[in-house]
Design a protein around this ligand. Structure first.
Ligand code: BES
Ligand code: MN
Ligand code: ZN
Length: 502
């Protein structure tokens, strides 16, 4: 794993160096010093290129022969006045991508501060380091035959700046958020023969060392509680289901002691069950635990940085398999709430897991609000692609808080309508409801209406359908392709902006 250290901006004389440059090919104080020392090579290279210093632009220069530096990489900062935290994260991530895949084991990121930046001293530097770390993530533990030039050589990144002490301090909590993001990415990337309900529950136990209380329910305990909907999904698998509660008590003196509750769909593999999915692409369904993964990572981030908030994370963990013991289309199950569900399609399993986890959360914790995250419907990908997660809620305040938090961390949400007409669509002639709508229309909304039937009156609730966001096939500045950990930074920001200290 990449090690990040902060150091005062003394000019290094070895290895590869990345330097920030503002729009108009503008060098900062450190940049100007470096350019003088290197006989004007930076200005000369910029003059000969189309590099302007625009946001995330890159220019690589081979260092002059007499210098002991190997390469110099200029990264565009854009307009320094607009250099917000996410802009700096993107610049750090872009710099990291330029550094990766080379022979250097050590690199320097020199973050020049420009006049007019709205961020406090050291903050821009810390955010760039955060972006660099987020982008550095790799999952290649099962690739045993990588050739030396395919392996990542970069081991340490020295982040140099005039405000190293302040930057190091500001970075402390960002590093904890990155730890949460990395845990989620690991859990989501692991194959389904390695991560299944019992092993995912074991992974939750690693949060104990941070002061998180971890409680794991097995099938016997869930049966006693009446969780017939969750257990109906689990019954087809040789791997028994689990329900895990993670509690973080970070604010014992809060005015409102009730916790915020995060609920995660943790289907460690979704074959569809008896309503089996087509073979093509089914391997993707290893990341059908992305909601649970995000909840676990968010809890790690919050506990790691000792957030002053009371939060519980509850994840329903099952494997959805077809077998002689699997539930059938037509089965009627009784949920913990007492409401009965006719299972028309065993592939609409996520809502069956969530409804019992949500009811349990309300009975046990009387939470001040409920936020569930789930890779729930393919339909949300048809609606929104891979740019926004779907947001469904009974509460305008909670919705705007989540949308605002999402904007700030670039994990965006788009709110969908809900209503009685959609709700009617899941009525069943045989039970209290069925688990899918009548036609193919509004599949993400009818799924949300199903969950809403398990939210007690007066509880602010939001459902995040993250099916399009948990995994991505293209690199982004701070998120390499693969498991994104979408939701971790969003939930962390939601807590810091709206719950902490309140
Ligand atoms: N896990 C899937 C949803 C999904 C699809 C996530 C593609 C990520 C990518 C979910 O359990 C599912 O199978 N949903 C069905 C619901 C349908 C049967 C009403 C779907 O979306 O097709
Ligand atoms: Mn399914
Ligand atoms: Zn699923």
């Amino acid at each position: 794993m990449l090690k990040i250290v902060f150091s005062p901006a003394t000019l290094p004389n070895r290895g590869v160096l990345v330097l920030t440059v503002a729009t108009g090919q503008k060098l900062g104080e450190e940049g100007l010093r470096l350019d003088r020392k290197l006989g004007g090579v930076l200005k000369k290279a910029m003059a000969a290129s189309t590099f302007s210093g625009a946001k995330e632009q890159l220019l690589t220069i081979v260092a002059p022969a007499k210098s002991r530096l190997s390469r110099l990489i200029l990264v565009g900062l854009g307009d320094p006045i607009k250099a917000s935290d996410v802009v700096m994260q993107r610049i750090g991530g872009t710099a990291m991508a330029a550094l990766q895949g080379n022979k250097d084991t050590h690199a320097i990121l020199l973050v020049d501060e420009f006049k007019g930046s709205s961020l406090p001293e050291g903050e821009a530097v810390a955010q760039a380091a955060f972006g660099a770390r987020l982008r550095s993530y790799r999952f290649d533990k099962y690739r045993t035959k990588l050739k030396p030039d395919q392996k990542e050589h970069l081991k340490t990144l020295t982040v140099a700046s005039a405000h190293a002490v302040k930057a190091r301090k500001a970075y402390l909590s960002l590093d904890c958020i990155a730890d949460g993001v990395f845990l989620t990415r690991d859990l989501v990337s692991e194959p389904p023969n390695i991560i299944y309900p019992e092993t995912l529950a074991q992974q939750c136990n690693t949060l104990k060392s941070l002061g998180v209380k971890v409680e794991i329910l097995d099938e016997k305990q869930m049966k006693k509680l009446g969780m017939g909907a969750l257990l109906g999904v689990a019954q087809g698998s040789a791997k028994p289901g689990r329900l895990v509660t993670l509690s973080w008590q970070g604010n014992a003196s809060a005015k409102d002691k009730r916790p915020v509750a995060f609920i995660g769909k943790g289907v460690t593999f979704d074959t569809g069950g008896i309503s089996i999915k087509p073979a093509a692409g089914m391997e993707d369904m290893k990341w059908d635990m992305g909601g649970a993964g995000a909840v676990i990572g968010a809890m790690k981030a919050l506990a790691g940085r000792k957030a002053k908030a009371n939060v519980v994370g509850i994840v329903g963990l099952v494997e959805n398999m077809p077998s002689g013991t699997a539930q059938r289309p037509g089965d009627i199950v009784t949920s913990m709430s007492g409401q009965t569900v006719e299972v028309i399609n065993t592939d609409a399993e996520g809502r069956l897991v969530l409804c019992d986890a949500i009811w349990y959360a309300q009975e046990k914790f009387n939470p001040r609000c409920l936020i569930d995250l789930a890779t729930l419907t393919g339909a949300i990908i048809i609606s929104l692609g891979h740019e926004y997660a779907g947001l469904f809620s009974n509460d305008d305040t909670l919705s705007s808080q989540l949308i605002a938090a999402g904007k700030k961390v670039e994990e965006e949400l788009w709110r969908f309508p809900m209503g009685d007409a959609y709700d009617k669509d899941i009525d069943s002639p045989a039970a209290d409801m069925r688990n899918i709508g009548s036609g193919r229309g509004a599949g993400s909304i009818t799924a949300a209406q199903f969950i809403y039937r398990f939210v007690k009156k007066g509880t602010p609730w939001a459902h995040l359908d993250i099916a399009g966001m948990a995994w991505q096939n293209r690199d982004k500045p701070v998120v390499p392709k693969g498991a994104t950990a979408y939701g971790v930074r969003l939930l962390d920001r939601f807590v810091s902006d709206n719950i902490e200290g309140k």
